[in-house]
Write a new protein. Structure first.
Length: 344
């Protein structure tokens, strides 16, 4: 039977990364994004460890409710379009809702009115990414509908937000101009905005002129750098993926980590760190993989697949780039078959 691979995650590294990000983006405030079970690092301990964070970005309502159960003092933002039942749960739990379509706005208004409560909403303007959000030519009507609902106390418009394409600085400058115009119009309509957020990790770090009062940061807080991007000062990977040696032959070593654990088979040829130095992955099977051997290799040795690079292993972004993707994909592919071990 193969051994169980481990993702060892550092609580102190997460806190250090958050502090470095917060210092970089200040006076904008960090919204820590914890979608996909905190990028597969484990939502519960991340939320508890991030005790200096006031805003959390959850993506969906189900995740937002988990955060609320852990932190009754936090502001939690859920932006996925959700069912009426989910919206009702979010309103009861005092969750901020991201609203980027007329239909979803109507659903939130109707749900809040039925409950006799007021929903906190952040309206989304589409600045060019077309992920969702109201187009600029439809913004005035959208704002009017929202402010009429606010007068009836069905909703309270507390924020405006959008996504950048990050295709080029020029594209992002154009998007920021659209965002600023939409913000001004919303304020002129009477909205008292607590939160303005346009940028995610990369733009929040390197484009200070684009930051709003909030910066939505996910990957960087976990030490996952941008594709083709440099190492980020003061930020390091919080997790190291290791596997145990299960079998030793003359020229090859078998480790207990394979494709069913989430290791892409296209990483054959990638360098990993072993007790004998850097070696290559020769083959990746369903449950196990083969690594070039080293002197005195023995069963039970640990092999580092990715981590901080301290021992010669790649980080998740380098692995993502090798398969034509990004670091987040490597992190998110890891299955529950990989044991998560949180250390201080």
């Amino acid at each position: 039977m193969n051994s169980v691979p481990e993702l060892t995650i550092s609580r102190s590294a997460l806190r250090s990364n958050i502090a470095a990000v917060a210092a970089q983006v200040a006076p904008s405030e960090v919204m820590l994004v914890v979608k996909d079970d905190a990028y597969r690092h484990g939502l519960d301990w991340v939320v508890k460890a991030a005790d200096d964070v006031r805003w959390f970005g959850s993506y969906d309502v189900a995740t937002a409710l988990r955060i609320r159960a852990l932190r009754d003092d936090a502001r939690v933002f859920a932006w996925a379009i959700s069912s009426g039942e989910e919206v009702a749960s979010a309103i009861f739990a005092d969750i901020d809702l991201g609203v980027g379509t007329v239909g979803y706005l109507q659903r939130v208004i109707e749900t809040a009115a039925r409950l006799g409560l007021t929903a906190r909403v952040h309206l989304k303007i589409d600045t060019g990414l077309h992920r969702n959000g109201v187009r600029p030519e439809e913004w005035s009507g959208f704002v009017k509908k929202a402010m009429e609902a606010q007068q009836r106390s069905a909703i309270r418009v507390v924020g405006i937000w959008s996504h950048l394409s990050e295709a080029s600085d020029a594209d992002d400058d154009d998007s920021a101009a659209v965002f600023r115009a939409a913000t001004a119009e919303l304020r002129e309509a009477g909205a008292e905005l607590e939160a303005e957020h346009l940028t995610a990790s990369a733009a929040s770090w390197w484009r200070p002129e684009l930051r709003g009062t909030l910066s939505r940061i996910g990957a960087f807080c976990y030490g996952i750098r941008s594709g083709d991007g440099p190492q980020i000062p003061g930020v390091a990977p919080i997790a190291t993926l290791t596997a145990s040696v299960d079998r030793v032959d003359a020229d090859r070593v078998e480790i207990g980590l394979g494709a069913l654990h989430g290791l892409p088979s296209t990483l054959v040829g990638q360098s990993v760190s072993t007790p004998g130095g850097v070696r290559r992955l020769i083959d990746i099977g369903a449950h196990s993989s083969v690594v070039e051997s080293w002197d005195f290799a023995q069963v039970g040795d640990r092999v580092r697949i990715h981590g901080s690079g301290e021992h010669g292993e790649a980080d998740v972004t380098a692995l993502g780039e090798r398969i034509g993707s990004i670091g987040e994909e490597i992190a998110l592919r890891l299955s529950p078959r990989v044991r998560r071990v949180v250390v201080d």
